[in-house]
Write a protein that binds this ligand. Structure first.
Ligand code: BGC
Length: 249
């Protein structure tokens, strides 16, 4: 069995677990530590170290993957929409590699979730163009064509229907903050996914994020020509995909 280790850094919690890379499954229950405040790269790297040390079986894993809610270009964070601004321009590969004492590859959280869904989840049978959208505090996106990830698509920051930054209007946080009904939120999602469909013509949409567990409430309300399905790995997709991308380096 090829074992990897994935860590997913979120706004409130940082979670990690050893991952069976062949099966795309957690090898143990994940361990969570609240994301420190302020969530500077150094403080979060220290929490990541504690998470790895929690698992004795992680001692032999040579390469670790870390997912963060930011653009990560060749190991350097380039944005910080919902995280501490000090991440911008930090060489996060180098920082985490030093703190964790082994090779670490840092990737965008939605890219990680997308790879997990593509390789072992809801898009496993689809070999064309897959667009994974995570609905959470913000909106994350992953675009995977025939198994190859196009990294750092930021479809949560498109301007759609007069909304300059569509995630502030369509994310799960907007549904909660504005106390929308499922039907009201689905009206917004309809406009958003129709727009994505127009510009991308994907073969499949996969919808992730915590709210995907309630997908029965809103996905059936959408009328698209592209099939749209909930993510399979839900909250573990970031960990599983980070471990896979970490191993690829
Ligand atoms: C960020 C993305 C991230 C998404 C989900 C967005 O605000 O710009 O990089 O993938 O939130 O966390």
């Amino acid at each position: 069995m090829v074992m990897g280790f994935g860590i997913d850094i979120g706004g409130t919690g940082t979670k990690g677990a050893p991952v069976n890379l062949e099966k795309g499954k957690l090898e143990a229950d994940r361990f969570r530590i609240p994301t420190p405040k302020p969530a500077t790269p150094e403080a979060v790297a220290e929490v990541a170290r504690q998470i790895v040390e929690h698992f004795p079986e992680a001692a032999d894993v040579p390469q670790i993957g870390v997912a963060i809610p930011a653009v990560v270009q060749h190991g350097v964070a380039r944005s910080a929409a919902n995280i501490d601004p000090t991440w911008i321009d930090t060489d996060v590969d180098a920082l985490f590699t030093e703190v964790l004492g082994r090779q670490v590859h840092v990737v965008n959280d939605a890219d990680a979730a997308g790879v997990a869904e593509n390789d072992h989840g809801a898009a496993r049978e689809e070999h064309g163009l897959v667009c994974v959208i995570t609905l959470g505090t913000g909106i994350g996106s992953a675009l995977i064509n025939a198994g190859t990830l196009v990294p750092n698509t930021e479809f949560g920051h498109l301007e759609v229907d007069g909304h300059a930054n569509v995630e502030t209007w369509c994310a799960a946080s907007a549904y909660e903050r504005e106390e929308l009904s499922w039907a009201q939120w689905a009206e917004r999602l309809q406009i958003y996914f129709s727009h994505l469909e127009r510009i991308l013509s994907p073969d499949l949409f996969v919808v992730g994020g915590g709210v995907s567990k309630n997908s029965d409430e809103f996905l059936p309300l959408l009328d698209l020509r592209t099939p749209i399905v909930p993510a399979k790995h839900r909250n573990n997709a970031g960990i599983i995909g980070a471990a896979a991308l970490g191993e690829r380096g």
